[in-house]
Design a protein around this ligand. Sequence first.
Ligand SMILES: C[S@@+](CC[C@H](N)C(=O)[O-])C[C@H]1O[C@@H](n2cnc3c(N)ncnc32)[C@H](O)[C@@H]1O
Length: 365
Amino acid sequence: MQDIAYSDQLSAKRSALQQLWADTLPASLQDGYTVLPAPAPFGYRLRMDYVCSDDRFGLRVRKRFYAIVDLHECHLIPRSLFPVLRDVYAGAREQGIPDYNVYHNTGFLRYLVARRNVRDEWLLSFVTAEQAYAEQMAVAAQTALEAGAASVWWLLNPRHADLSFGEPVAHWGAEYLPQYVLGRTLHMGPNTFFQNNVEGFEQILRYITPYVAGAERLIDLYAGVGTIGICLAEHVKQVFAAELNDESVALAQHNIRLNALEGRVVVVQADVANLLQANRIVQGSAGDVLVVDPPRAGLGPDVCALLNDYGPQRIVYVSCNALTQHIDCQLLQTRYELVAAQGFDLFPQTYHCEHVVILERRADA
Ligand SMILES: C[S@@+](CC[C@H](N)C(=O)[O-])C[C@H]1O[C@@H](n2cnc3c(N)ncnc32)[C@H](O)[C@@H]1O
């Protein structure tokens, strides 16, 4: 939506969200309902996945999977970074590294993925379809380090599925990239989820802090590398976090040690539905506040039913897809009422928007 004024983008998001939630928001919340603007409407993204295909380096055309726009500038990351990445790509091609054909599923270099932190240090991943060209890859990695990358990874994705993640083959420079959130340092890896707009996400963490502060236990479900639990740990007695992806769990454990929070923050590797089904977190539920931050698909009916059974006092639901969050909230109404809601525009120039709702267990439920 880069051709639409940012103020118009914001009002479009606000009215879409207002319409969606009109039937669920209590009248007292409708008037003051807001979408908080992004701290920076351009240059904010911390991760960009650039496709390398048929001498093109850029992004896919929306809904036309095989069409790649050959980019010469990108406004979603700091302007000075894109030409550096493009040069690294060009240098790799000059080394004789072939790129990929998305249509025929042939070739070698599929993606260059850049991740950066708020201090503009960056990590670069080369995602390839095969484990070949080792010498040339080493030269390309060295070029990236000389261009300023703090960390370079070679990831292998030999599958047909067009993913910009993969099995690590090698890395050069630092193993992880530090990220700085509300005064905490968290390490990110090449394959693990991390919030894409940290300044925006800090606004969310500040917004939810009063709803979490003083809890006996903060239950952080869909925890990624532990960002929410670790950043809010100082406000609660204990944090219990759960995450499915084993690389993220390992990094969450590493981040707990990095922040000297051993014993105070615990993370387990688990599927949220299985965890709730097995009653593994129910003990001590009276003083629990639960934070959920699921993927775009939302919690789904099974997890909502299990949460209704478990019944923590408060649920803080952070979502990158207000549509599925809305459906989930209808299901959670069995025991919960919505007491606060706010949009956060973490994704300017796109139609995406982060949405947070606070649900309180009803006195009669
Ligand atoms: C939107 S991210 C949120 C991460 C984290 N809360 C943060 O702030 O960085 C969703 C996370 O849920 C994890 N996940 C997806 N399905 C899951 C499941 N069934 N059980 C547990 N975690 C899951 C993903 O691996 C991902 O790390």
